[in-house]
Design a protein around this ligand. Structure first.
Ligand code: NAD
Ligand code: ZN
Length: 359
């Protein structure tokens, strides 16, 4: 079976394009109860961008602190119930922030029209009806959440996305000016998420000419940004990073992620380590699987004097490491891609535990 992916319907790209958001939303304001919900990263509270959010009198604006925890099912359900009780069904939802805020906007859009708790819809194609119109405005680039068909939520039982065609944004606004203030460590970790998406998408059985074309270009951009003559957090590189993030996301959509992401999910699920940072911690030790990619990754780490802690596993008991290994093992699509049909002969719980012990 080949992937038949619904992409973003409309994309505007360019410096200052955020100013077009009001005009973009205007024709949609006649839908449902004729108002918009804006979900904005708390970081922008009191900043210049707050005054540029094109909210009208009836609109609801929520500032969300994503550092307290990653998006949860409970958070989405509560927000949805509150919004519907206050003003009924909105014309649409706009998410202005990083992967966390974009996932909240995507999930909220779906949950406004689907009954019951969002825990019922964690998985592939469980959502019953389309959500409301939704727009993504990334303010930190790398995860590819702006283009993916999933909204990752942590629930009482599982950390899993609401994954279906309707999750994909109707519109994205890619304005590189918005990522200028990202702290350097996050700029590095999230950018490396893009780079790792490409390395993993390229090195596996599902790679094909289509996913390769995106990965090749995204990797070229990453090399300019993190290793080139003018490497660093500059406006020119921010222009490139926004595009690299999108293309890295498209590459893995048509191929798959691999060893690093499979292990990273184990680490995040059991210890709550943030996605992009977890990937960096793990990539540092994957030379057996991605020798060239890891060598280049290490050059980038060195170039920006990033310290990736070593010896973490010494603090973990066997039970913790075994739990991580089981989470990773239960991602067969990633192993099938990275290793092949016989992956179960190569990847065992013990192999995974040994990999975690390298951290
Ligand atoms: P994030 O949204 O969690 O934000 C990281 C930090 O950067 C926060 O402190 C935030 O306030 C800050 N920030 C955001 N924009 C800023 C700006 N312009 N200036 C200064 N600070 C800014 O970061 P992320 O790494 O993009 O997202 C991680 C989340 O994405 C996780 O919840 C993960 O589960 C999810 N994720 C989703 C997908 C997907 O396809 N849907 C893929 C990977 C990860
Ligand atoms: Zn990733």
């Amino acid at each position: 079976m080949h992937k038949n992916f619904k992409g973003i319907e409309k994309t505007v790209y360019g410096r200052g394009s955020f100013s077009q958001l009001g005009d973009i939303l205007a024709p949609k304001r006649t839908e449902n109860n004729q108002y918009f919900v804006f979900i904005v990263d708390q970081y922008f509270k009191g900043k210049d961008l707050e005054n540029r959010v094109p909210a009208e009198a009836k609109d609801l604006v929520y500032f969300i602190d994503v550092d307290v925890h990653e998006p949860t099912t409970e958070q989405i359900d509560t927000l949805r119930d509150e919004i519907l009780a206050k003003q009924g069904l909105p014309s649409g939802v706009v998410g202005i922030g990083g992967g966390s805020v974009m996932d909240i906007a995507k999930a909220l859009s779906l949950m406004l029209t689907n009954e019951g708790s969002s825990t019922l819809y964690q998985g592939l194609n469980l959502v019953k009806v389309p959500g409301v119109y939704h727009v993504g405005v990334p303010t930190i680039s790398g995860t590819g959440a702006e283009v993916s068909m999933t909204a990752v939520l942590t629930g009482p039982v599982k950390k899993l996305g609401l994954k279906c065609e309707w999750t994909v944004f109707n519109q994205v606004v890619l304005d590189p000016e918005l990522i200028a203030t990202v702290p350097t460590d996050w700029w590095f970790y999230t950018g490396m998420d893009t780079y790792i998406h490409c390395i993993e998408s390229e090195n596996g059985h599902f790679n094909n000419a289509y996913s390769h074309a995106y990965a090749e270009q995204a990797m070229k951009l990453c090399r300019d940004i993190y290793l080139g003559e003018n490497a660093g957090q500059t406006p020119e590189n921010d222009d490139k990073l926004m595009v690299a993030s999108l293309m890295g996301g498209l590459s893995l959509t048509y191929s798959e992620v691999g060893v690093c992401h499979a292990l990273s999910y184990g680490l995040s699920k059991i210890l709550g380590t943030r996605h992009c940072y977890a990937n960096c911690l793990i990539m540092n030790h994957l030379e057996d699987y991605y020798p060239e990619g890891v060598a280049e990754f290490k050059q980038m780490v060195k170039r920006f004097n990033v310290t990736l802690p070593q010896g973490l596993a010494k603090e973990w008991d066997d039970e913790t490491i075994t739990k991580m290994a089981h989470v990773s093992y239960n991602l067969p699509h990633m192993w099938l891609h990275a290793i092949g049909e016989n992956w179960q002969e190569v990847i065992t719980i013990d192999v995974l535990k040994d990999l975690f012990k390298r951290l």
